[in-house]
Design a protein around this ligand. Structure first.
Ligand code: PAF
Length: 275
């Protein structure tokens, strides 16, 4: 596995890869969810590129940019063992030159839910993903469904800018207790982690209600909020939207996403269910 840090070194390493490229962009602190993306990329392509870059432009003032978990040694080992061809770990200076062109997320999909709670977050996220897709010239890029809105915006960017990369949505990977894997889970104390389990429980409740025939989204949201209120100190949102991220009153089977964002202690967690 080649580890590259500068743009020139990356481009040189990339030149030597022939065949199809699967790309997994990450911010490091890799867990089984990332490994799942890497393994899928490996199965479906001749070569795999992983990037690790904690992208400053997608963090808002006062968010956890400085303390975002870093596990460089373990991350390198995971990538090596998973058979990654190039691990790209650029510095901020390599990726950004200052006064740059910006990408602005679309009004609805980019500024509701997480876009509303974290205004500008998706602009910065799209900016870095655009740079990475262009640099890697990947055939396929792999993203988790846990970041449903991110995934949807990236798919829209690829479509709107006629990029060649195929975006591959990958299922959420959960811990044995049901908590969706996230690099930020590391921030949770033991007690907070127990409380955080109300998030998958609320989603499970929604799933049970739908299986039992409930279609009214208000009823489902209210039941979820009841479960969450007992354990989380701050619900950012519980929303039920269609795949275009528009609110819906009735569940549309195969076209609905049920989303939760909540703070447990100081840690903001997101999770969702695709129906
Ligand atoms: O999901 C993430 O880890 C990041 O948002 C991404 C896609 C790597 C862009 O920085």
């Amino acid at each position: 596995m080649l580890i590259t840090k500068t743009i020139d070194d990356f481009k040189n390493a990339r030149k030597d890869l022939n065949g199809t490229i699967g790309f997994v962009p990450t911010m490091g602190a890799l867990h089984k969810g990332h490994l799942n993306l890497i393994q899928r990329a490996k199965e479906e392509n001749d070569h795999v590129i992983v990037s690790i870059f904690v992208n400053p432009t997608q963090f808002l003032e006062g968010e956890d940019l400085e303390k975002y978990p870093k596990k460089e040694v373990a991350d390198k080992e995971i990538c090596k063992l998973a058979g990654v061809d190039i691990l790209f770990m650029p510095t901020s200076d390599a990726m950004y030159e200052g006064d740059e062109l910006k990408i602005i997320a679309p009004k609805i999909r980019g500024y509701v839910l997480d876009g509303h709670n974290r205004p500008g977050h998706f602009d910065g996220m799209l900016q870095i993903v655009m740079k990475l897709l262009n640099l890697t010239n990947a055939d396929m890029a792999y993203f988790g469904k846990k970041d449903a809105q991110q995934l949807s915006l990236i798919s829209q960017m690829v479509k709107n800018y006629f990029l060649k990369t195929v975006i591959v949505p990958c299922d959420i990977v959960r811990d044995i207790d049901g908590l969706a894997l996230s690099s930020r889970n590391i921030y949770l104390t033991k007690e907070e982690r127990t409380n955080a389990l109300s998030i998958p429980s609320a989603l499970q409740k929604a799933s049970q209600m739908i299986i039992a025939g409930e279609r009214n989204t208000e009823n489902i949201k209210n039941s979820m909020i009841d479960i969450l209120n007992k354990n989380v100190n701050n619900i950012d949102y519980v929303e039920i939207v269609n795949r275009d991220f528009k609110n819906i009153n009735e569940i549309e089977i195969k076209n609905t996403i049920i989303l939760v964002a909540a703070k447990v202690g100081q840690t903001r967690l997101i999770d969702n269910l695709w129906v």
